[in-house]
Design a protein. Structure first.
Ligand code: BGC
Length: 804
């Protein structure tokens, strides 16, 4: 396989997998995302045109079983790339009278370009070849382009192209949500500012965001249009233009559509319709735009350069696609827009575009390449700090309580009821008790600071977030006199299968080990943050937050006296009482049901409840091994007066491995990580599974509802940070390679403290070359610390390498 091929993904048309294809071929630039739907289709059960602008949410009200339900969703905007063609007086492509003989797509991840090759035949037997190329511009964030090349195979005559903006879209991409309202915008204006240009202005019904889309279609030079006139079918929500040209059999005719999207949320825009009309007029040609777009993508890949030397071509191929989607969803454009990381990308409507804790998995690879993007996402959280404070205050707590699901303004967007598709019943959703989201925010702030050394951010925003999060967790921790320790009750851990004790009247479980231990970690970072920032800022913050010494002493005490539940054999308990729950025979369930990843739904359909069993949806305790090194975890537990003997680690891993169904795609990457150093073959299996989550659509058709961004980002992260042992700690870069020798070498570039470093890892050894930099940088590998000056290289020889 040649290296060019590792960038290309090809898809044949398969009706039942078209939604997945549309998502995997989705193009975005952090500002706007467009599914790879074929331009001639409307939503019809097979095809689903989806256009999403980052942060463009709207709220709708419904009633389910008599209960009011309010949901905020990322809005599916009008489709700016709606385009169909007609041969002579035949039927329109996409309509009943025209048969699509073939349609295949090729995604070029190196350049962010999607190419479609199709053939169609109308009732009169006129056969036509169509080639379409599209991009969502990497630099001009408002611009998208679609080139349509038409070759009549066996006919000559008049070809008509109808292109424009289809404003009949609704949010109906997820079957589970179809009982709820889905019309999020009203069409305000449809017009043709020029004969070749359509304009559509819509406004969301509640958030009152105005969105203007303008599309212009022109015939390429050399072909004279016979007729060009605007079409605005009244009442149909479409603004379009029609263009006819005389074409000859065997000769290609090219039509270029360029479109722009503006919203009233855009910085430096006074009015979206004005901006769209002005911009479309002066927009460069398709060729010019495509060239600058492709160049920008090549530059992105220089920054995110990685290379696997081995024959494992399939891994590189999958990793490129995963990274491509991560890199196009969260970008420097999104950093500017006050948006978070939507768990399902800008690719579909699952989870309604909400922001969860998935940035924990997404941001880490960015810290060492595009710190400004990470800073942007953290600022999204900072701007919602007050809302989080209010959420804490509303329930009588102090500090900041970040919502489990976040959208426009930082209130809790978690649904109160959700539909179990297996039973058809709406059931209460108690997963919002996942208070650990705040700990993830604190963790991300600290990681960013460690990787970037951005003290200004820590002083201005980061420290305040960490302090307020620490304060919240201190306020929900109660002192248990009998134990002489602090406990945290009534929460939900990352494993969403356990939201209450069997038969309990109140939701929540007690002393989730992950939450309690990460609380201790956060208390310590709060103290570290106060120590790092300047004296002036420290006293400002202490004064404005009324942070007295007594409170700081309590945090210190909490960090030494938090309760952590253990099984009698030393395994860390997921929460208090977990080992007393009933056991389930997962092998038997697997034999009966096949896929048991969403065992909660299977059990729920027979009136049973996963809360009764020792079974987990995803990594929960094991997240501790994912976020903290074994030494760090041991140190934390030691500080609390617990010990984690060497045998307890594999025992804990085995215990949860046998009880986890991996109902979340995040789980595979965490398991790859925790098994990497002890059970390499299984780790590789999980790694490949995580890498291919969306490619293989392993979650039973959910890829068509959006990518699983956390899993996609986790795959790259696992290569570097887990197998490569890459870490930033104490102002230094650390490596601890454990790279499978069978994979040859792994090479990647990172930026660290003003240096551009090329890291090459093979087996347990590593070579780090400084490609550019100012002052020497210190790099550690296991116990060895070396200094690298600009232009220099250091090599670390690992112990395993000698054996290999
Ligand atoms: C997982 C969460 C995750 C969310 C969004 C859920 O299925 O349980 O951990 O944050 O999906 O990806």
């Amino acid at each position: 396989m040649n290296t060019a091929a590792e960038w290309i993904w090809a898809f044949e048309f398969e009706p039942e997998r078209e939604a997945r294809r549309e998502v995997l071929c989705g193009l975005a630039n952090g500002y706007v995302g467009i599914r790879g739907a074929e331009p001639e289709h409307v939503a019809d059960g097979t095809h689903y045109p989806g256009t999403y602008a980052a942060g463009c949410y709207n709220r709708l009200r419904d009633s389910v079983d008599g209960l009011p339900v309010e949901t905020e969703s990322l809005v599916n905007l009008p489709n700016p790339l709606a385009l169909t063609i007609r041969a002579e007086d035949g039927g329109w492509l996409g309509g009943a009278g025209v048969e699509l003989i073939e349609s295949r797509h090729e995604l070029d991840t190196r350049h962010g370009v999607l190419t479609r090759r199709a053939r169609c035949r109308d009732r009169a037997g006129r056969t036509t070849t169509i080639v379409q190329r599209r991009f969502v511009h990497r630099v001009h964030r408002h611009a998208v382009g679609l080139r349509t090349i038409v070759v009549p195979e066996n006919w000559s005559g008049t070809l008509t192209v109808r292109a424009g903006i289809d404003g009949r879209t609704t949010n109906s991409g997820v079957r589970r949500y179809q009982a709820l309202s889905n019309a999020h915008y009203e069409v305000e204006q449809l017009s043709n500012p020029a004969p070749d240009t359509s304009l559509s202005v819509v406004e969301t019904t509640q958030s009152r965001i105005r969105i203007a889309l303008a599309a212009r279609t022109r015939v390429a030079p050399g072909l004279e249009p016979v007729r060009s006139h605007p079409v605005v079918p009244v009442g149909a929500g479409q603004a379009a233009t029609e263009l006819s040209a005389a074409v000859t059999a065997g000769t290609a005719a090219t039509f270029d559509t360029t479109a722009v999207v503006y919203t009233s949320r855009d910085p430096a825009v006074s009015e979206p319709a004005l901006a769209a009309t002005e911009r479309i007029r002066g927009l460069p040609t398709f060729d010019d735009l495509c060239e600058t777009h492709m160049r920008a993508w090549r530059q992105v890949w220089q920054r995110f350069r990685f290379r696997l030397s081995s024959e494992r071509w399939r891994l590189t191929h999958a990793a490129r696609l995963d990274l491509f989607h991560v890199l196009q969803t969260v970008t420097t454009h999104s950093a500017d827009l006050d948006v978070g990381v939507p768990a399902r990308g800008l690719h579909g409507e699952a989870y309604r575009g909400h922001v969860f804790w998935d940035e924990l998995f997404v941001l880490r690879t960015r810290c060492l390449r595009e710190p400004e993007v990470v800073r942007g996402v953290l600022r999204y959280r900072y701007r919602r700090l007050d809302r989080a404070r209010r959420a804490a205050r509303d329930v009588g707590q102090r500090g900041a309580c970040y919502p489990w699901q976040s959208g426009s303004d930082g209130r809790e967007e978690n649904q109160r009821l959700h539909l179990n598709p297996a039973s058809g019943r709406w059931i209460p959703d108690e997963t919002a008790l996942q208070r650990h989201i705040g700990l993830a925010v604190a963790y991300n702030v600290w990681q960013y600071w460690q990787a970037s050394g951005d003290l200004q951010f820590l002083e201005q925003y980061g420290a305040e977030m960490i302090l307020e999060i620490a304060r919240y967790f201190a306020s929900i921790a109660d002192y248990h006199a009998g134990r002489g320790r602090y406990v945290i009750r009534g929460v939900v851990g990352p494993d969403e299968f356990h939201t209450r004790y069997p038969g309990a009247a109140r939701p929540g479980i007690d002393n989730n080990a992950y939450t309690n231990i990460m609380t201790v970690w956060t208390m310590m970072r709060a103290q570290d943050a106060l120590a790092v920032i300047s004296d002036r800022r420290r006293s400002e913050l202490r004064e404005s937050l009324r942070l007295r010494s007594r409170e700081l002493r309590r945090w210190e005490e909490l960090s030494r006296r938090m309760f952590v539940p253990f099984h009698s054999d030393g395994v860390i308990s997921q929460f208090e009482g977990y080992p007393e729950l009933a056991e389930l025979d997962l092998a038997a369930l697997r034999a009966r049901h096949g896929d048991i990843r969403r065992l909660d739904r299977i059990l729920g359909s027979t009136g049973d409840d996963p809360n009764r069993y020792q079974v987990s949806k995803q990594a929960d305790v094991l997240m501790l091994f994912y976020l903290l090194s074994a030494d760090e975890l041991r140190e934390l537990l030691g500080r609390l007066g617990y010990s984690l003997p060497a045998h307890a680690v594999p025992r804990t891993i085995d215990y949860y491995l046998a009880r986890t169904t991996h109902g979340s795609t995040l789980s595979a990457m965490v398991h790859a990580w925790v098994l990497a150093r002890s059970r390499r073959a299984e780790a590789m299996e999980f790694f490949v599974r995580g890498l291919e989550s969306d490619i293989g659509d392993v979650r039973g058709g959910t890829t068509g509802e959006g990518v699983h961004l956390g899993a996609m980002a986790g795959s790259i992260d696992t290569m570097e940070r887990c197998f490569g042992g890459l870490e930033t700690r104490d102002g230094m870069l650390w490596l601890n390679p454990y790279w499978p020798v069978s994979l040859g070498t792994l090479e990647f570039d990172i930026a660290f403290r003003g240096h551009l470093l090329r890291v090459r890892i093979s087996g347990a050894g590593a070579k780090v070359t400084s490609l550019a930099g100012q002052t020497p940088v210190r790099i550690g590998c296991r116990r060895e610390i070396r200094t690298v000056g600009p232009g220099q290289a250091v090599t670390f020889v690992g112990p395993l390498r000698r054996r290999a």
